[in-house]
Design a protein around this ligand. Structure first.
Ligand code: NAD
Length: 260
């Protein structure tokens, strides 16, 4: 059980982050949500999580591309919860174009949100984790932290970088009760991937269902999407005492993507 612990999950108003926040809440952790979305829906989400799992839930609006807002969020976590015990760096965006056509501002945004934000959150939560001699840092990388795909230069570079940051964090905390690891999902059907499904359907003149099958057939041998709940279960294991010697790994849950 994670009761008494506080988890900050960045980008948890949607998709994988929301799935992981729910799974950690189900284990008894208090949760600080973050991410964009409709204020009313986010308030409802807070209420639902708190009543379903009997935990404390709060929300901070920090834009993960802005270091000063990240600092404000970690300070808020300190005021509201006494600090962060479990940090899940999940916020991320995607943009697909070949390098010679890649918009420079998209490159900068992807590196800031998918990579640099994790440096800021990590540096800001470590002092408290060190003081407690306990902490869990889980970075949502991707199979694209391990292998590349054409058209995803910024994303692949950011995710490879995030795995590098994970390994360094693990080494710097290796003799403590703090662990740092990365999770590398294959395709998960969230809004981030639905956009790629839509683009595929438009490009090939096929239906939504056919485009999902085509996307999976290209890369994911199981021909099935990974789910946020399955990723949540992996995060719960990484938070457990049994996982205390799992340090600096990049674990894929990818329907066989990287086995090929
Ligand atoms: P999603 O679009 O469903 O959710 C992204 C979340 O991040 C949302 O809550 C959004 O509001 C938030 N976010 C985006 N920009 C932000 C910013 N600047 N500041 C704060 N929050 C911001 O996407 P998802 O598929 O759930 O992706 C979550 C993570 O998992 C990402 O890091 C992504 O790269 C990674 N991932 C996804 C897949 C997949 O197939 N969906 C596969 C591998 C890795």
């Amino acid at each position: 059980t994670l009761s008494g612990k506080t988890a900050l999950v960045t980008g948890s108003t949607s998709g994988i982050g929301l799935g992981i926040a729910r799974t950690l809440a189900a284990e008894g952790a208090n949760v600080l949500l973050n991410g964009f979305g409709d204020a009313g829906e986010i308030a409802q989400l807070q209420k639902d999580l708190a009543s379903e799992f009997g935990i404390k839930v709060d929300y901070h609006h920090a834009d993960m591309s802005k270091p000063d807002q990240i600092e404000a969020m970690i300070a808020y976590a300190g005021e509201k919860f006494g600090g962060v015990d479990i940090l899940v760096n999940n916020a991320g965006i995607q943009y697909v174009a070949n390098i010679d056509e890649f918009p420079v501002e998209k490159w900068d945004a992807i590196i800031a949100i998918n990579l640099t934000s994790a440096f800021h959150t990590t540096r800001l939560v470590l002092p408290r984790m060190r003081a407690n001699n306990w902490g869990r840092i889980i970075n949502l990388a991707s199979v694209h932290g391990l292998v590349a795909s054409a058209g995803k230069s910024a994303y692949v570079a950011a995710k490879h970088g995030l795995i590098g940051l994970t390994k360094t964090t693990a080494l710097e905390t290796a003799s403590t009760g703090i662990t740092a690891n990365a999770i590398c999902p294959g395709f998960v059907l969230t809004p981030l991937v639905q956009k790629q499904v839509d683009d595929r359907a438009a490009k090939d003149g096929i239906s939504n269902e056919e485009a999902k099958k085509a996307l999976l057939a290209d890369k994911q041998p199981s021909h099935e999407f990974v789910t946020p709940e399955e990723l949540g279960a992996m995060a719960v294991f990484l938070c457990s005492e049994a996982a205390r010697q799992v340090r600096g790994v990049a674990w894929n849950m990818d329907g066989g993507w990287v086995a090929q």
